[in-house]
Design a protein around this ligand. Sequence first.
Ligand code: 3H9
Length: 702
Amino acid sequence: MALVHTEDRDGVRIITLDNPPVNSLSFALSGEFYPIVEAASADESIRAVVIKGANRQFSAGADINDFATEPTPETKTVRDVIAAIERSDKIFVAAIEKNALGGGLELALACDYRVATADTKLGLPEIKLGLLPGAGGTQRLPRAIGAQDALDMMLKGRNVKSDEATAKGLLDEVVDSPEHLLDAALKIANAAPLGKRRISQRRVELGKGISAQAAAFVVSQAHKMVPAEDAGGLAAHKLIDAVEASVELPFAYGLAREARLFEELARSAPSFALRHVFFAERELSKIPGLPAAEPLPIAKAAVIGAGTMGTGIAITFAQAGIPVVVIDSNDAAVEKAKQTVFGMFMYQVQKGRMTQEEAWKLGQSIQFTEEYGELADADVVVEAVFESMDVKKEVFAKVDAIAKPSCVLASNTSTLDIDAMASVTKRPERFLGLHFFVPANIMPLLEIVRGKATSPQTLATAFKLGKTLRKTAVLSTNAFGFIGNRMVFDYAKAAGELAEWGVSPMRVDKVAKKFGFPMGPFAMGDLSGIDVAWHIAKARPDVARGKTNVIDRLVEMKRLGQKTMAGYFKYDKSVGKGREPIADPEVEALFAEEAMKAGIAPRTVDDREILERLAFALINRGAFLLEEGVALRPGDIDIVYVYGYGFPPHHGGPMWYADEVGVKHVYERVVAFGWEPAPLLKALAEKNGTFANYKQGELIHA
Ligand code: 3H9
């Protein structure tokens, strides 16, 4: 099947890109596209060319898979296609439907005119893949909209909708429906009111009101605003260099600089890691062996419990357009929840993200009641009550008696047994875990926990719901702590062990932050609550308890974390609004005292070992979870950690990081640390394997 089709209409050649699902501009497509452009340029019967996309969109850019393959001298890329358009004397019009991203937008920018549908998104999101736009985007976008605006758009990887794109001068016309797009493009192609209009021939302005002399200052400021090259900022710095070239160099030289910088990035470790994250995210809902099932419609939701979690979940539903009823009989909790909801939507109004009226409507779509009867017509019920099996069982027995038979029941538990809860209902096949992360309306991760009776249709409904709620949903089996928390227990224990040897919590956190975590393990413990960790450690000392009694002592001292302004660190309202950890010698002394009681001698540890202990604890547990089938794929674990726990995406997630540093090295260190190595880690290490090539059920694939 051809990837590019052509049709002539009265001297206009219509080129249609047809590479489903997103018309990526792969090597293969470019191989067909290039000669078509050359032929149109050489054809005297052709006045103009319209480029459009099949599959209801223009193009999502270069094929990301191609970056891992080495092109041969014969390979044509989107860059060659664009160069051919640039050389041509014909009028080129881009007819853009829905997406013009990355190379897709770069292709459109090489055309003389652009017309788009109202739902179009334009953007150069390459930075999210650790790349920079490498097909002229860094040179043409600054010429089209000003260097500073272009830099901002590209550094954030921000897409703009058609109205904003028109205001920026990126679009010549917007049509109200895709049916009118081709006609509008043909009209422009025929009239070509301004003749050839190569963006490459424009001068670069820095931005409105900024003089050209300010270029050096703008560039140096931009370098200061982004993370260091070795802390996730490599692509950002190269991107700034490329935009600087657009300001300082003639177009052709700027283009050459961009190409060199792009190739450098395409081979860089952070870009490989980010591309892994991109594809791992898209694998998540592909569940091997799961029969296809039609998801149930979710038009109304109920949340049991108006605590922090329940309120966040309710806001999430409301924001996704699903009306929700929150059931709680505790007046004080309901009052607080109402205030949170109000404050949240008012904040959005203040930020200009919604109007008063929209905020009011959203607020109205969350109803509070103490009547369980109100959930009778809900399609999904999410329980978010106190973390106690007895309480939860009682709630579900009640819910099951009232909810309609098709209603899906979900628990938001972070550790408890889903099957035990399902057993008190008459619908275990409609039961599962939906584990949101705090704050539920902000955190993108959702763990979907499959019970032993959960039906394929219930799972399909949960994945669809996850998408509607704009969450990244990862499947886990019903195991203690599921994926994320099960791993975090080992991580926290590794951090605790370091502090028991006399490494200060502040130093441990600093090393984690330097690696790229937004906060270290101790600050994270303070945020989630020392009492929460203490309850879990009491329930499952085998998995969640360290070697000393530090955690019991902290609870005795009422140092429960940020909420009591003291935990592993202390907090002060005047420092970072009470959220900035301040080292507390009292806690360091407590670690020393408890370590001595437990017979643990102090030792010095260098930063490298600190990082290895933290990261390798995650990797080793991740390997156990893979082998036990708790997580389906290494990539699923990586997504849990990147989206739920702030693992630096430029290291790809813990399992990707294991491959980066070498599985063998990880295994040897795990053994040297005296930890029980996961058999899978050992097996991969012995065969020089990688997690990237590991497939469930096989020890080493390929
Ligand atoms: C670039 O252009 C570099 C140039 O500057 C320089 C070149 C020299 N390539 O997300 P979805 C697949 S870099 C390959 O589930 P949605 C995706 O894996 C590129 N595959 O759908 C999935 O496959 P599968 C810059 C791609 O509707 C399927 O398409 N562009 C690509 O939720 C559906 O994707 C970007 O970074 C691709 N470029 O969202 C845009 N794009 O079915 C990246 C998608 O096997 N793409 N696939 O799982 C996106 O942001 C979203 O996919 C999009 C659709 C918004 C387009």
